[in-house]
Design a protein around this ligand. Sequence first.
Ligand SMILES: *[C@@H]1O[C@H](CO)[C@@H](O)[C@H](O)[C@H]1NC(C)=O
Ligand SMILES: *[C@@H]1O[C@H](CO)[C@@H](O)[C@H](O)[C@H]1NC(C)=O
Ligand SMILES: *[C@@H]1O[C@H](CO)[C@@H](O)[C@H](O)[C@H]1NC(C)=O
Ligand SMILES: *[C@@H]1O[C@H](CO)[C@@H](O)[C@H](O)[C@H]1NC(C)=O
Length: 411
Amino acid sequence: MAATPVPLWALVWIIAVVQCKIPDARVTCLFSEDCLLPCAFKPSGEELIRWSRQEVPVHGFQQGADLLDQQDPHFQGRTALFPEQVAHGNASLLLRLCNTQDRGRYRCHIHTAQGDQDAFVIVKVEAPVRSLTLEMSRLSGYKEVRCSSRDIYPAPHVWWSTDPPAPPDALKPTTRKMPEKNGLYSVESKLRRLGGLSDYTYFCTVNSSYDTQSWRASLREREMLSEEGRDLTIPCLAPTGLQNFTLTWTFARADEPTLILTFHSQTQHTSDRWAGRARVDPDRARAGDGSLRIQSPQSAEHTGTYICAFSGPRSRHAVHTRVNVTATAVGRSLMDGPSRLWIVAVVIAALVLLVAALALYSRVRGEHPAAGKPTEEATELEAVEAAKDKAENGTPSERSRFTREHNEERT
Ligand SMILES: *[C@@H]1O[C@H](CO)[C@@H](O)[C@H](O)[C@H]1NC(C)=O
Ligand SMILES: *[C@@H]1O[C@H](CO)[C@@H](O)[C@H](O)[C@H]1NC(C)=O
Ligand SMILES: *[C@@H]1O[C@H](CO)[C@@H](O)[C@H](O)[C@H]1NC(C)=O
Ligand SMILES: *[C@@H]1O[C@H](CO)[C@@H](O)[C@H](O)[C@H]1NC(C)=O
């Protein structure tokens, strides 16, 4: 059974219609901002303009005046035409304070004495990502990395990566996209930390649903031990290829961050709040090495968290370094492992001095004229050493006896 051939006249008609049809205009409106829906026509005077969306009246206009009696409440007070433009064939509609319910296909219908004209506009609404938060969750004991943002429409895509790259399937994020009251989405993605605290840099990337923009944040946490008075360099490197950034160093001791300095890669301007005590090398910073050097840090003053952040357009790369500047006070430094050698050395030196002092003492006594039996005393001194050795082997009585005798002799 052969298909009935399409008549030639029908084919020509279809082609003509397709070619004449003006393609729909596409407009992406920003959430809570004003938006212009374009519509142009051939002016002839006496037009009746009707904007509608899926047969719902949006705005009417005739002879320089709005016709709003049929307007849908959804659009109430938010629409306008430009009367002075209409005479020039411009029937564009201004839609104020756009929201997610404004999406759809709008029809601009122009009725004139010469005939009717139609134009269509497809309206999308977008609430772009405006910020991205990446942090180690304190609640989980810093075992979870959390990436979040809010007030986004449509719901964005989130994905993770690490540096060095984690083994495949090692990253198992859980991502939640939650609608908010205003019709927008908040998004939260969590990841279990891999390995030790400072083994990886975590990257969170959020793309808007239309892929019109991409936000990226990275975070690295690390810890450093340092000694009071010794110059300290806290490393911080930007991801490769980062341009046009602001480098900011802040310091937080008890949840109250204070600014140390900022550096702008383009102006190379540095503003320094720590009066020269902390600095970055401008040439290195411009090349992405924002390491901070602190002159003779003090324990109480400079122990805390140093936050280095490279912020660029739609990106923020941060390194949090918890620095512990240990005091060099004797009591404290004795606690450290290597310092035990010092204790041993000091004890040995003291013993040597003691023995030398005793030897010297005995000689002085020996030369003393009042000394009765010098040779005897010398022997006694030898006995001291012997007694000491014995005493250490558990005969304290001998030692005490000697001391008694010795004291009697002195008096
Ligand atoms: C129509 O008028 C509006 C408001 O003045 C203007 O922004 C828009 O560019 C005009 N459109 C055309 C096609 O001239
Ligand atoms: C995210 O957006 C960026 C820039 O808009 C684009 O280059 C990239 O391919 C997007 N990624 C994905 C997975 O869509
Ligand atoms: C950085 O800024 C310069 C000057 O404003 C501009 O020419 C360049 O395209 C910018 N680079 C990036 C990656 O934004
Ligand atoms: C710093 O290190 C010392 C010794 O290692 C430790 O006793 C002290 O608790 C540490 N301080 C902080 C704030 O971590």
